[in-house]
Design a protein around this ligand. Structure first.
Ligand SMILES: C[S@@+](CC[C@H](N)C(=O)[O-])C[C@H]1O[C@@H](n2cnc3c(N)ncnc32)[C@H](O)[C@@H]1O
Length: 360
């Protein structure tokens, strides 16, 4: 088996190429597969200009079962190359995302989120026979249920709202513009790709679910959005693309990107500054016997004097009890337990930890 061809675009069919790469070697996959739009006729605007729809050869499948077989194959080849701690993002529309999602679950992927990308500037439904189709869906899944995986919670909070010292938890609905104007990659003055994704979308995905130096693979590289943003953020990248004419354009695009320096990337450091929950008892911020409230299902726990908590039959750390309440899914207790302040308002305990951290 060859070593990973880091920071390069490989020409070929992604299923074959993925099979030739070492298993358990990739940290993150972003996949923007064919949509199977099944467009049978040209689309026209009311002024009779033709709509530039996705009618490329790569999006033609005979029927659903041919599309499903293709999807099953590239998904299982992707799963093989993912590290045990790896995660995958797949983006799609109503045409394909439900089929893709079911196959992912059949293959053993465990869903972490589905994110809705709301397009601030969508194309109208020209014939006026349906709603404006204004979003795409992204499934974020891990290779194995319960495995450790990367989620840069602190960075996401800060990217989401910098008016608060500690940011604000990011939601699963993302409002981002479609790529237009000067951001569109052109070849001889003509739009080179019909499905180029916004860099802002990849920026969030890569910041959320990878660290500097990680390996990010995109099996449907096209204009190279994933490679361009990965390089900008100091990650290694691998692109696979079947169409030679796209490779040239994508290579030029990635080459023009300036890689960020390491210092600018080292933003999750504070995670290492561990604060034990018991420190909040020692400094009197919380009291033994006080009640904590779980984020879901109304569960409550009593704080014990040794920094553990008790919730019914469960006794353990804030993380351990949360994990049990979430049927074994990994949990960061700081993000799921609330205390009540003097006005009876529920506040996340993480805000107390943040105060300790900011005081050094
Ligand atoms: C939806 S586009 C990806 C767009 C990309 N995310 C971007 O921002 O530019 C899908 C791409 O996958 C490529 N493709 C389709 N089937 C493929 C296959 N079996 N192996 C490799 N590439 C494939 C197509 O040529 C097309 O460039």
């Amino acid at each position: 088996m060859k070593p990973l061809p880091l920071n390069s675009i490989i020409h070929g069919d992604c299923i074959e190429i993925l099979k030739s790469l070492p298993e358990n070697s990739v940290d993150l996959i972003f996949a923007d597969p064919p949509y199977n739009l099944q467009l049978s006729k040209d689309l026209y605007r009311p002024n009779m200009t033709k709509v530039d729809a996705v009618d490329d050869n790569w999006d033609q499948f005979e029927n659903f079962s041919e599309y499903d077989e293709f999807t099953r194959q590239w998904l299982s080849a992707s799963r093989r190359v993912l590290k045990e701690t790896g995660t995958i993002w797949v983006i799609g529309t109503y045409h394909n995302i439900y089929r893709v999602g079911a196959l992912m679950q059949d293959l053993g992927f465990w869903f972490l989120n589905d994110i809705v990308w709301i397009k601030s500037n969508p194309m109208p439904n020209f014939r006026g026979v349906r709603f404006t189709n204004a979003h795409e869906t992204m499934i974020w899944a891990q290779k194995h249920k319960g495995a450790k995986y990367t989620f840069n919670h602190q960075s996401m909070k800060k990217l989401n709202d910098d008016s608060r010292e500690n940011g604000l938890q990011m939601r699963s609905d993302w409002n981002l513009n479609l790529v237009t104007g000067k951001h569109r990659i052109r070849s001889n003055g003509v739009k080179a790709h019909s499905t180029q994704k916004p860099e802002a979308l990849l920026y969030r995905i890569i910041m959320a679910s990878s660290n500097a130096g990680d390996v990010i693979l995109d099996p449907f590289f096209e204009s190279g959005t994933t490679g361009a943003v990965a390089k900008r953020l100091g990650r290694n990248w691998i692109g696979i693309e079947r169409d030679k004419k796209y490779i040239k354009v994508a290579q030029k695009r990635v080459d023009s990107v300036q890689e960020a320096d390491r210092e600018a990337m080292d933003v999750e450091k504070r995670k290492q500054a561990r604060v034990p929950f018991g420190a909040l008892l020692e400094n009197g911020t919380l009291q033994p016997g006080q009640i904590l409230y779980f984020a879901k299902n109304g569960a409550k726990a009593k704080i014990l004097s040794n920094g553990h908590i008790r919730c019914g039959d469960l006794t353990g750390s804030i993380h351990g009890v949360a994990k049990s309440l979430m049927n074994g899914a990994p949990a960061n207790g700081w993000d799921v337990w609330f205390y009540k302040d003097e006005h009876g308002k529920k506040i996340l305990i993480d805000t107390l930890r943040e105060k300790i951290l900011s005081k050094g």
